[in-house]
Design a binder for this molecule. Structure first.
Ligand SMILES: [Zn+2]
Length: 469
């Protein structure tokens, strides 16, 4: 009896200790900027001694074109002997370990391939800067053949215990530095407690400073940022104050806003061109103005204030309170609305110009088929090419819900909604459609929320408080 018991105990212990837990690695990435992008050397430490091979592959969140961007993959032992490797699965390699500690190197080709490149993927190499976004830049490691056989989007994240990123920064012609929210060991080395898939590192001759209005926020401005350069700090501060007065402080304590010039070939021939992306707690922003546009004129001032107002709002949603991707209609629609509101409040956009912008948005919504565009949740998961329409619809629906709320309430709809979302958010798990619908339905009746979010009721000028055409 007692022998059977001890056998059971051993079995039970083995079930937890011996059932092949995911093998945690420590990773050290070192980045050497090159003319096209970067060379990356990864040292892999830890793991089990008995592993015969390990897989290296693009992981979840990686762009579809990553396999073309990753070149010259080579695995070597630490004393330089080449290890056998072969391509495996989609965008993956299998490396035979031969019982040695080892390292891997690869090149990242980050030249923009098209105008859309930096609008949808943000790891990019300019003449004198390099922006590395985790899922675009860093390899994932696997110890199970099943993971390599899956498509990159289906793969698990791979087991990583800790990671370190180090940078070989050029000193000439201007000294480069690193802007990131990651914890610095020294100005060239950063420590991460998990795989840096959601990290952002910007390298370049950046001017980095704290933003007083939101403690913990750093602004990193590239010296070639050329759009209203002399006003950028005060404008950023005023826009943040406007958001802060309405919403309170954002939930996140460290954040970064990066202001970069547009890569040369993407500069606008007319007017201003902007692109903004949120990755984790970093805002990656690009802007360029045509040389033909009046350098201090109202067109430029309005466009920049609305753009920055929009992007800075993303420190609240989705950075401070995270939401799942199917809620991008809300985070983007709300951001569009806040961008205009803040631009008016800081005096960079007139009230009539703001109303005209909304009127134009409605006309465009009709012109590009918004009337029959269906569920916002589904559209949020849909194709990148329909993003424009999604943002437009998001803004109009946000405006409609706000008007509904204002019929029987005083005060700020934005503040109430932010509070309801912040209350529902546990600081880790992104809010899903159900919890956000609950938050919205606590402010505006559930039927209205459902109808407009599901897109069963088209948006009319009267419901939006706009004049008819
Ligand atoms: Zn946005």
């Amino acid at each position: 009896m007692s022998r059977r018991l001890s056998a059971l105990v051993i079995l039970a212990m083995c079930a937890s200790a011996c059932a092949a837990p995911p093998t945690p690695f420590s990773l050290r990435f070192t980045v050497f900027p090159t003319a096209q992008g970067a060379d990356v050397v990864v040292e892999v430490h830890g793991g089990r001694d008995d592993l015969a091979w390990v897989g290296f592959a693009a992981g979840p969140g990686a762009p579809a074109e990553l396999p073309q961007r990753v070149q010259s993959v080579q695995a070597r032992t630490l004393d330089g002997r080449r290890l056998p490797q072969r391509p495996q699965g989609s965008a993956g390699y299998q490396i035979e370990l031969e019982g040695s500690s080892w390292q891997l190197s690869y090149s990242l080709d980050l030249r923009p391939r098209s105008g859309n490149d930096i609008f949808y993927r943000s790891s990019v190499r300019g003449d004198d800067y390099l922006v590395l976004v985790g899922s675009d830049a860093w390899a994932r490691f696997y110890t199970s053949p099943d993971a390599l056989a899956m498509s990159p989007t289906e793969r698990p994240g791979g087991a990583v215990l800790e990671a370190r990123a180090a940078f070989n920064l050029p000193d000439q012609p201007a000294p480069w530095n690193v802007a990131t929210t990651a914890r610095a060991r020294n100005p060239r080395t950063y420590e991460l407690t998990e795989h840096p898939a959601s990290s952002v590192f910007a390298l370049g001759p950046l001017k980095i400073r704290d933003v007083e209005e939101v403690p913990g926020l750093k602004l990193a401005v590239h010296p070639r940022w050329s759009v209203l350069n002399e006003s950028i700090d005060s404008l950023t501060g005023q826009l943040l104050l406007s958001h802060r007065e309405r919403l309170g402080l954002p939930g996140s304590t460290t954040a970064l806003a990066l202001l970069n010039p547009l890569p040369q070939p993407l500069g606008p021939t007319d007017g201003i061109r902007t692109a903004g992306m949120v990755r984790d707690r970093s805002l990656i922003l690009y802007a360029g103005a045509s040389p033909r546009i009046e350098p201090n004129g109202p067109q430029l001032r309005e466009a920049l204030a609305v753009f920055l107002g929009h992007e800075l709002f993303h420190l609240w949603v989705p950075s401070g309170v995270q939401v799942t991707r199917e809620l991008s209609w809300l985070s983007e629609g709300w951001a569009m609305h806040m961008g205009r509101l803040a631009a008016v409040e800081v005096g960079w956009l007139s009230e009539p110009a703001s109303v005209q912008r909304l009127q134009d948005a409605y006309r465009r919504y009709l012109d590009i088929g918004g009337y029959r565009a269906g569920s916002l949740t589904e559209a949020s998961m849909g194709s990148e090419s329909r993003r424009d329409l999604l943002y437009l619809r998001g803004e109009l629906v946000f405006r409609l819900l706000k008007r509904q709320w204002a019929l029987s309430n005083d005060g700020s709809f934005e503040a109430e909604l932010w509070r309801a979302l912040a209350d529902a958010y546990d600081g880790r798990t992104p809010l899903d459609t159900e919890s956000v619908r609950e938050a919205l339905a606590s402010l505006v009746d559930g039927g209205t929320v459902r109808r407009y979010v599901e897109g069963t009721s088209p948006l009319t000028p009267s419901a939006l408080g706009l004049r008819r055409r």
